[in-house]
Design a binder for this molecule. Structure first.
Ligand code: BEZ
Length: 217
């Protein structure tokens, strides 16, 4: 099958989150004014009134208190109108009691989708893929997830990764495979021979070798 050559910018980890002003279900929002002093999860879904998207948005909504506890605001997006968003929000509330109480961008002109690499034309030319941008309080992009149209994301992993980023920042440590709250964390490896020798005789950490040592938080 032939593929299109259209290429849009793809923000990268470490980049400043591109700024924009957009219509949302909570009015017009300028992104740089949103969630001051907080983390932001900016995520896209392909379309309103679709099944996988309904499960995902309901997941964000029902676990909003956990995002609040992590000082994080949610902002959704799809290439649909505010009118369609409102109809879907009300429909899901009527069907399930779940209310999407966070702004959802109506990206009808695809401006934000293109700015954030959410429009990936070989997957769909008209619908955003399932992206999640983890953006810290300084508006730097810290982690990016992209999922295709046919596979829903994992809310436990989204929350785990957000927590891991914050715990890493706070304690100057790194997180091993499958890290979860309560697990040991990785101490930064030594930067010179002197630090290496110290680490080799440091019995306060769980040492595999000088470059891999773990400790409790
Ligand atoms: C869904 O959310 O179910 C969906 C949306 C777009 C394409 C495929 C699935």
């Amino acid at each position: 099958m032939e593929t299109t050559e259209t290429i849009y910018a793809m923000p990268r980890i470490g980049d400043k989150a591109p700024d924009f002003t957009a219509k949302t279900t909570k009015g017009v929002i300028k992104f740089s004014d949103f969630a001051k002093g907080k983390w932001t999860l900016l995520f896209s879904h392909p379309a309103d009134f679709t099944p996988v998207c309904t499960t995902e948005m309901s997941g964000f909504a029902t676990r909003k208190a956990e995002f609040d506890a992590l000082n994080t605001e949610l902002m959704g997006l799809s290439i649909d109108s505010v009118h369609a968003h409102l109809g879907w929000v009300n429909n899901v509330r009527n069907n399930t009691g779940v209310y999407f109480d966070f702004p959802i961008i109506a990206d009808i002109d695809m401006k934000v989708s293109k700015l954030y690499g959410m429009l990936q034309p070989n997957e769909s030319e008209t619908a955003a893929v399932r992206a999640v941008f983890f953006i810290d309080p300084s508006k730097k992009i810290r982690l990016i997830m992209y999922y295709p149209l046919n596979v829903g994301r994992n809310m436990n992993e989204i929350l785990r990764a957000l927590d891991a980023l914050q715990v890493s920042d706070k304690n100057g440590v790194a997180m091993p495979l499958d890290w979860e709250r309560g697990d040991k964390v990785i101490i930064p490896p030594p930067k010179n021979l002197e630090e290496m020798e110290q680490r080799l005789s440091d019995d306060s950490c769980e040492r595999t070798d000088f470059y891999l040592c773990k400790r409790d938080l």
